[in-house]
Design a protein around this ligand. Structure first.
Ligand code: COA
Length: 277
């Protein structure tokens, strides 16, 4: 998709977009879309070297970039990264809370710490990011975009941790749409479907399953990170100035089918893992 033929390349000129987990995957794809439409970008994640590589790429798109390591579970580190962002790029206009962790596990084999770890990264991390960004977003009358997941809407087997976390994220999003609407802050979630070449896909589907998955998607293809980024850009733009409190899917219609195909694919992956060791 050639975003530049669709949106003005000045759409986010002078705006600061902060993306948690922005060093790779869907989140980096979202960062690229905002950069292509004029935004300056701040990214955080756990690994500075990964962030540096992502920053170099985003700079080639014309963005000024802040790339500062911060684990979303660490409120102080996040607050510090956001303070650096404000001083170098100006206050945050758009926060994309995308940092996530996941793995497949039958619940009877999932430890309490395994469950808690995913809740901490996905749900507490989303809260931390929103909370730390609040003062800057209030200043800019900015917006929040949370990255949700199909598991939040339909239960997937072997995803008790991620499903509970992402359902919590969507509820948090709606609560913030209510509470922070009076400050001019909008909040929405983007729900990606099967997105090719991402860490999330690698963790949830066995290699070589892409064709089978694509055949199950009503639109009959896997998504790419631009499908998700374009939706995020729309939601952050004045076109969506009256849109708040929604979960919007970029999934080719996948969730209309519920969780059946996901469960089959994830089950096949677990069976393969069991067989190999
Ligand atoms: N199955 C069952 N439990 C698992 C697991 C798996 N595949 N992977 C990790 N866990 C458990 C660990 O055993 C540990 O629990 P324990 O102390 O009871 O043994 C707990 O989860 C924490 O694991 P740890 O590796 O210490 O956590 P971490 O904070 O270093 O890493 C993860 C977080 C586990 C989510 C890791 O997969 C990660 O870093 N993911 C980031 C990237 C990612 O997932 N991207 C996809 C997004 S969709």
């Amino acid at each position: 998709m050639n975003l530049e033929d669709i949106f003005a390349t000045t759409l986010f000129d002078g705006q600061t977009v902060f993306i948690t987990g922005g060093g790779s995957g869907i989140n980096l794809g979202v960062a690229q879309c905002f950069a292509r439409l004029g935004a300056n970008i701040a990214i955080c994640g756990r690994t500075q070297s990964k962030l540096n590589d992502a920053a170099a790429m985003l700079e080639t798109l014309g963005a000024e970039v802040v790339a500062q390591a911060a684990d979303v579970r660490d409120m102080d580190a996040l607050a510090e990264a956001m303070a650096t962002t404000e001083s170098q790029l100006g206050p945050i206009n758009v926060l994309v809370a995308g940092a996530a962790g996941n793995f497949t596990a039958p619940t009877e084999k999932l430890s309490s710490n395994g469950f808690r770890t995913v809740i901490d990264i996905d749900l507490v991390g989303a809260f931390n990011a929103a909370r730390a960004a609040f003062e800057q977003l209030r200043q800019t009358r900015g917006c929040l975009i949370f990255i949700s997941a199909g598991q939040a809407q339909a239960p997937f087997e072997f995803q008790a941790h991620a499903g509970a976390a992402k359902a919590g994220v969507d509820n948090l999003m709606k609560t913030l749409a209510l509470e922070w609407g009076p400050y001019g802050i909008r909040a929405n979630s983007v729900l990606p479907g099967w997105i090719a070449d991402t860490e999330g896909l690698k963790r949830l589907a066995p290699p070589g399953s892409e064709h089978r998955i694509a055949d199950e998607v009503p639109i009959r293809r896997m998504g790419d990170t631009t499908d998700v980024g374009a939706l995020a850009c729309f939601l952050a733009s004045p076109l969506a100035g009256y849109v708040t409190g929604n979960v919007v899917a970029a999934d080719g219609g996948m969730m209309l089918r519920g969780s059946g195909i996901w469960t089959q694919v994830i089950g096949a992956m677990l069976a393969e893992t069991d067989a190999s060791g």
